[in-house]
Design a protein around this ligand. Structure first.
Ligand SMILES: O=c1ccn([C@H]2C[C@H](O)[C@@H](COP(=O)(O)OP(=O)(O)OP(=O)(O)O)O2)c(=O)[nH]1
Ligand SMILES: [Mg+2]
Length: 160
């Protein structure tokens, strides 16, 4: 895995420096600094106790952890949260409980999301009147079919 140095401050010295659980992992786990209870369907913003300085040309993306998502319905409201290279404040995470029945109890130090550091580029937007042709053209929003149907409707549209 290629690496990039990211300057980091621990605003909360009791919180570990983020680390990758396995050598090929894309995300380094982030923890909550506080205990929090998220009722069904509600959200809560928690601190991670970390501030970073990403190099120019990089951004951080805060993704949910799939195990917690599948097990209890925990996700990130604005997934993936975008950490700009110029941001020096505490990385915060806006969590959401997608479960409709049970609250989620989180405790200080629990790993609740993961930070993916990626290269990014700025576009130079050049306005034109003709974008040129492509195979897809302007077909979007399910134009290729195969999307799930609502209850009672056929799974695939038929030609007749
Ligand atoms: O999950 C997140 C998302 C963002 N941020 C911080 C870092 C980021 O650089 C800054 C701004 O994020 P964003 O641009 O997504 O939010 P905004 O609502 O557009 O705020 P702003 O007007 O400050 O850009 O907030 C976090 O700590 N956690
Ligand atoms: Mg913004």
């Amino acid at each position: 895995m290629p690496t990039v140095e990211v300057l980091l401050r621990r605003l909360d010295p009791g919180i570990p420096v983020p680390s990758y659980a396995k050598p090929g992992d894309a995300g380094a786990d982030l923890v909550t600094t506080t205990d929090v209870r998220i009722p069904p369907g509600e959200r809560a913003t928690v601190g991670t106790g970390l501030a970073i300085a990403l190099p120019d040309g990089y951004a951080g993306f805060v993704h949910p952890r799939s195990g917690l998502a599948a097990r209890v319905g925990l996700s990130v409201v604005n997934t993936p949260g975008t950490i700009d290279s110029g941001y020096r404040g505490e990385i915060k995470i806006c969590l959401v409980n997608h479960d409709l029945r049970d609250a989620i109890e989180l405790h200080r130090g629990d790993r609740i999301a993961q930070l993916v550091v990626q290269r990014v580029e700025h576009a130079i937007f050049r306005e034109v009147t003709d974008l040129g042709g492509s195979h897809r053209g302007d077909g979007g929003y399910g134009s290729t079919g195969g999307h799930a149907a609502l209850t009672g409707a056929p799974a695939y549209e038929t030609e007749d």
